[in-house]
Design a protein around this ligand. Structure first.
Ligand SMILES: Cc1cc2nc3c(=O)[nH]c(=O)nc-3n(C[C@H](O)[C@H](O)[C@H](O)COP(=O)(O)OP(=O)(O)OC[C@H]3O[C@@H](n4cnc5c(N)ncnc54)[C@H](O)[C@@H]3O)c2cc1C
Ligand SMILES: Cc1cc2nc3c(=O)[nH]c(=O)nc-3n(C[C@H](O)[C@H](O)[C@H](O)COP(=O)(O)O)c2cc1C
Length: 579
């Protein structure tokens, strides 16, 4: 029997009831009667959803290889989206990855940045090498997707993400989401990729709801990592007037309090382009009178970077035959080295309109600067140490955008926009632990913050600083600060290497080697080892010096000495912030 037409329901509801009750078995009807009676008795106003049979959430392994935190942040975003979709995500820093975890993963996402010149982020090097090595496990049947982060300004754009993607497939993994290679303005493409990946990786009936991912939205952003205006209250060149370098100590004050930074964090600084450069570029392009484009270029476009993508866009939009030939011959990558956008337009001139010229540029990205102060000592200020990047190439004098914006055009009393970039992977240890800091050039900036913090918190741990630059007389950055710190005990020991003061060049790595006995003793006593500054040569040379020091002091084989340093890295006692 089915409900009569006179039942107190709308016609379509009666149809629905008919469909359920009309076909129900006697047992189902009896259950339904009891259920409805019970519901009435309990006084429940709203029909509860029948409880879904308990089903364990499907796992998703998310691995990130990150140095400055972008991939790590995206891994967190992905985990959030996956959880909402009924998956059970596990997020792993590649620094901590045991490769065996890969083979047991059912679904795998890797988010990887590229550093150096096509290298993995420093913390990820060990696991990356293992993944590429012969001992890597088979990944047959593992569903995976890779999101790559990079910067088209580098010749090896997204090389690490690309290689990981290829490797996972070669090991038998099943690529279910195509890789996307993101440039510095990754927010939107990464959010789209994450949305797609979650959809694809969620098995049917996982129990969640498909969500739209809008990571550009403000709601979740904490106030402390918003862009804020700061006033420049000190602007001092720390090199002497006879130095061939210019390194600016910039003190910033914040209305309403400084961002809640910790020693080891950086500030992203939003710079403007050099108007002289922009004027020259527009003149060469035949667009000198376009005031709107000029303003846009100065304030918000990256008008210096020349990438393969720029050349491809130029060839496609102008049809310039020589540019096409440059690409066809495979010469473009080589031609780019040491050149900028202005060289492309000057070398291969052609009539171009404002829209096409703008399409050759990307948004102007902020530049990171290590914070050189501790709030616990200096209150609501933040100090930065910025070295002006200047060089000649292909017959042209070049100037780094942000560093020269600061060095040449910003003055005391003006304002600058900055954003806090936290770095929990480069933080001070417990106050009673010893620290060894290796920071030549601007690499010393975060160590000024460390030393100030240790003084302000009356830390009992010892501190040892290795600093280096060109000359003692002209380039000894923050010399008086170090002298004071040595006097009041915030700094226990300091070694300096001035490469141009002696006939034979001496660098921080040479100083480490000279002090190797004490160095290894400090490390054996539990000291933390920090390296900041140049990634191209210094960071590698410092690591190599430490391996040699272990081998020599402890009479170890090169392999055992390498293992000693790897152990420090895995214990998170060898920490790097290099660029
Ligand atoms: C986490 C982090 C912390 C940092 N902290 C500091 C800091 O405390 N102090 C500091 O000064 N910098 C720091 N940097 C570097 C800083 O972010 C900028 O990269 C630097 O100031 C250059 O920026 P720019 O805009 O002036 O130069 P850009 O306009 O970005 O130009 C730099 C580019 O010019 C090219 N170039 C530079 N020199 C040469 C050369 N000799 N020959 C050919 N090409 C060359 C390279 O392609 C280089 O990438 C940090 C970077 C990171 C990632
Ligand atoms: C010193 C330095 C070197 C870099 N080298 C490369 C590179 O070789 N190729 C590339 O595609 N991106 C390169 N990048 C860009 C980073 O991959 C990009 O900033 C990325 O968003 C960083 O992600 P992370 O914060 O997760 O480390 C480099 C960035 C810096 C600061």
């Amino acid at each position: 029997m089915s409900p009569p037409k006179t039942a107190p329901f709308a016609e379509e509801e009666i149809d629905l009831l008919n469909r359920v009750v009309g076909t129900a078995s006697p047992v189902q009807r009896a259950w339904l009667a009891g259920f409805l009676a019970g519901l009435d008795a309990s006084g429940a106003a709203v029909l509860p959803h029948p409880a879904a049979p308990a089903r364990p959430a499907e796992p998703l392994t998310i691995i990130y290889a990150s140095e400055s935190g972008n991939s790590e942040k995206l891994a967190g975003d992905l985990a959030k989206a996956a959880r909402k979709n009924g998956l059970k995500p596990t997020v792993i820093d590649m620094a901590d990855l045991e490769l065996s975890a890969l083979a047991s993963a059912k679904r795998l996402v890797m988010i990887a940045a590229t550093w150096g010149e096509g290298e993995p982020p420093a913390r990820a090097v060990r696991a990356y090498n293992e993944l590429m090595g012969e001992g890597a496990p088979r990944l047959d049947g593992v569903e995976f997707g890779v999101l790559a982060l990079g910067d088209t300004a580098y010749a090896e754009f997204c090389a690490i993400g690309r290689k990981i993607d290829e490797r996972l497939a070669a090991l038998g993994g099943k690529r279910v989401v195509d890789r996307v290679d993101c440039d510095l303005d990754f927010t939107e493409p990464a959010a789209r990729w994450i949305g797609d990946a979650v959809k694809v990786l969620t098995p049917p009936n996982a129990g969640g709801r498909v969500i739209e991912v809008d990571f550009g939205a403000k709601a979740g952003a904490s106030a402390s990592t918003d862009i804020v205006e700061a006033e420049i209250i000190e602007h001092v060149d720390l090199n002497s007037s006879r130095s061939d370098k210019e390194t600016i100590h910039l003190a910033l004050s914040f209305e309403g309090g400084a961002p809640a930074y910790e020693p080891g964090d950086s500030l992203d600084l939003y710079a403007e382009n050099d108007p002289t450069y922009v004027d020259e570029l527009l003149k060469i392009a035949g667009l000198a009178n376009d005031e709107k484009l000029r303003a846009d270029f100065i304030k918000s476009r990256d008008v210096t970077t020349l990438s393969l993508k720029t050349i491809e866009t130029y060839a496609a939009s102008t049809g310039h035959q020589y540019v096409k030939a440059l690409l066809a011959d495979g010469q473009a990558k080589e031609w780019i080295a040491g050149r900028q956008l202005i060289d492309l337009i000057a070398t291969f001139p052609i009539s171009i309109d404002a829209e096409k010229l703008r399409a050759l540029t990307r948004p102007l990205a902020p530049r990171a600067y290590s914070i050189a102060s501790s709030r616990r000592e200096i209150g609501d200020e933040a100090h930065l140490l910025i070295s002006a990047v200047r060089y000649d190439s292909h017959g042209r004098a070049r100037k780094g955008v942000a560093s020269n914006y600061v060095a040449e055009r910003l003055k005391r009393g003006q304002h600058v926009r900055v954003k806090l970039k936290p770095n929990r992977h480069f933080a001070l240890p417990a106050p009673d632990k010893d620290i060894i800091m290796v920071g030549p050039g601007t690499g010393v900036a975060p160590f000024r913050a460390f030393v100030q913090e240790r003084r302000a918190t009356k830390s009992s741990g010892r501190s040892w600083l290795f600093f280096g630059d060109r000359t003692f007389t002209h380039d000894f950055l923050y010399q008086l600060d170090w002298q004071d710190a040595l006097k009041d005990g915030a700094l226990t020991r300091m070694d300096v290497a001035f490469s141009r003061d002696t006939p034979e060049k001496v660098y921080v790595q040479n100083k480490l080697w000279q002090r190797r006995a004490d160095l290894i003793q400090w490390l054996d006593d539990g000291a933390y080892f920090y390296v900041c500054g140049d990634a191209k040569a210094m960071a590698k040379d410092v690591r190599a010096a430490l391996v040699r020091a272990y081998a020599d002091v402890k009479t170890l084989s090169p392999e055992a000495a390498e293992k000693a340093v790897t152990t420090l890295e895995r214990e998170k006692r060898y920490l790097q912030d290099t660029y």
